[in-house]
Design a protein around this ligand. Structure first.
Ligand code: PLP
Length: 363
C-alpha cells in the first residue's frame, strides 16, 4: 500500500469525510477560484467568505427544508459547549428543564444543565445499560418545562431514536451530533438542534445550531456575548472570527449531500449499510449486538465477542487488514463501527467480509 492510499475508516469522530470534498479542498487549497488566496488567508468579513458562509446556510436550509422562522448558526466550542449554552440561554429563572438520559453524552448535558438551573430527568435507560431509548410511556415530563432535551443518536452506546417522542408544546432541544442529516428530520418539531460537525457534517471545531427565532428572546443581555444565541444570530455567526476553514469544509459537505440526492437518498443508503452489518451480527451468534433491536443506531453499530481476548484480536487483525477505528469507546469496550454519511458502502462490505473471515478462523 502506498503511504497516500486511503484505508477504511470507521472512526467515531472526527470521522471520514466525502472524498469529493477532500479533493475539492485540496485542489483549491492554495487559491480559491476567483480569489487568489486560500480560504484560511482571507478576512471572515470579506465578500468571498460571507458568500461561502451564506451558501452553506442556504444549502442547509434547502437540505432539511428549514423554515424561515429558524436561524442557522455556526458556533464554536463543540457540542460540549452547547451542553452549557442551552441552559444558559433557554432555562429561564424559576423554570425546569426536562432531560432524557440515554447515555454518556446526555449525561454530560445533564451535568452542565444542573450547574445552571433545575433539571428533571424525565427518563433514564441507565438501569438497562443504555441498551435502548425510552418509550413515550416511560417519560415523566414536567408540564410547561422550559424545554425537553434528548440525544437523537447515542454515539458511544450505539442506540438511536427511530421516532421522536411527543413533548406537546414544550420546545424540544436535541443533540444531533452523530446523526445530523443522516435521514430526513422535521425541523419544525424542534426548538433547537445542535451538532458538533465532526461526525456527519465536516471537521471538528464548528458546531451547527438551528434555533427557532422566538427562543432567541430568552437570551438575556447580561449573558456573555460569546455564549448568547441571540448575539450569534444577530451577527450571522460573525460576532467574532469563526472557524473559517471548518465552515468551508462543512459547506462543501452539505453540497455533497445534496448532490447525492439529499436526505431521503442518504437515509436509504444508511439503512442499507447498517442493515448489512446487523444482518452479519444476527447471523450466527458469534457476534453480539449491544443495543436492543428496536433502538439500534444506523450510525454507530456496537457489538461484542465472547471474550475480551477475542475482541482484542479482532481489533488488532482488522486494523492490520486496513479497517481502522473499530475499537469501541473506552467506557464500554467491545467494538463499534461508525458508518456516517461519508463512509462508503464499500467500507461496510469490506467489514462484513472481514467479520465472516474472522468467524471462520476463530468461531
Ligand atoms: C461527539 C459528541 C459530542 C461531543 O462533541 P464535541 O464537539 O467534542 O464537544 C456530544 N454529543 C454527541 C451525541 C456526540 O456524538
Amino acid at each position: 500500500m502506498s503511504t497516500t492510499a486511503r484505508i477504511h475508516n470507521f472512526s467515531a469522530g472526527p470521522a471520514v469525510l466525502p472524498l469529493p470534498v477532500l479533493e475539492e479542498a485540496q485542489r483549491d487549497l492554495l487559491s480559491l477560484p476567483g480569489v487568489g488566496m486560500s480560504v484560511m488567508e482571507i478576512s471572515h468579513r470579506s465578500k468571498a467568505f460571507e458568500d461561502l458562509l451564506n451558501r452553506a446556510i442556504e444549502d442547509i436550509r434547502a437540505l432539511a427544508d428549514v423554515p424561515a422562522s429558524y436561524k442557522i448558526l455556526m458556533l464554536p466550542g463543540g457540542a460540549s459547549l452547547q451542553f452549557s449554552m442551552v441552559p444558559m440561554n433557554l432555562l429561564t429563572p424559576g423554570g425546569v428543564a426536562d432531560y432524557i438520559d440515554t447515555g454518556s453524552w446526555s449525561g454530560k448535558a445533564i451535568k452542565e444543565a444542573k450547574k445552571v438551573g433545575t433539571v428533571n430527568v424525565a427518563a433514564s435507560t441507565k438501569a438497562d445499560s443504555y441498551a435502548n431509548v425510552p418509550g413515550q410511556q416511560d417519560l415523566t415530563l414536567t408540564p410547561s418545562a422550559a424545554y425537553v432535551h434528548l440525544t437523537t443518536n447515542n454515539t458511544i452506546e450505539g442506540t438511536q431514536w427511530s421516532a421522536l417522542p411527543d413533548v406537546g408544546d414544550v420546545p424540544l432541544v436535541a443533540d444531533t451530533s452523530s446523526d445530523m442529516f443522516s435521514r430526513p428530520l422535521e425541523i419544525s418539531r424542534f426548538g433547537l438542534v445542535y451538532s458538533g460537525a465532526q461526525k456527519n457534517l465536516g471537521p471538528s471545531g464548528v458546531t451547527l445550531a438551528i434555533i427557532r427565532e422566538d427562543l432567541l428572546e430568552r437570551s438575556v443581555d447580561t449573558l456573555s456575548s460569546m455564549l448568547s444565541y441571540k448575539v450569534h444570530a444577530e451577527n450571522n455567526s460573525l460576532y467574532n472570527t469563526p472557524n473559517t476553514f471548518g465552515i468551508y469544509i462543512l459547506g462543501l459537505t452539505m453540497r455533497w449531500v445534496r448532490s447525492i440526492g439529499g436526505l431521503s437518498a442518504v437515509a436509504e443508503i444508511n439503512q442499507r449499510k447498517a442493515g448489512k452489518i446487523y444482518t452479519e451480527i444476527d447471523r450466527s451468534g458469534f457476534y453480539r449486538g449491544t443495543a436492543r433491536k428496536d433502538s439500534r443506531s444506523l450510525m454507530n453499530v456496537t457489538f461484542r465477542l465472547a471474550t475480551e481476548e477475542l475482541e482484542k484480536t479482532f481489533v488488532k487483525e482488522s486494523t492490520a487488514a486496513g479497517l481502522d477505528g473499530l475499537k469501541g469507546h473506552r467506557s464500554v469496550g467491545g467494538m463499534r463501527a461508525s458508518i456516517y454519511n461519508a463512509c462508503p458502502e464499500a467500507a461496510v462490505d469490506a467489514l462484513v467480509e472481514f467479520m465472516r473471515e474472522f468467524e471462520r478462523a476463530r468461531g
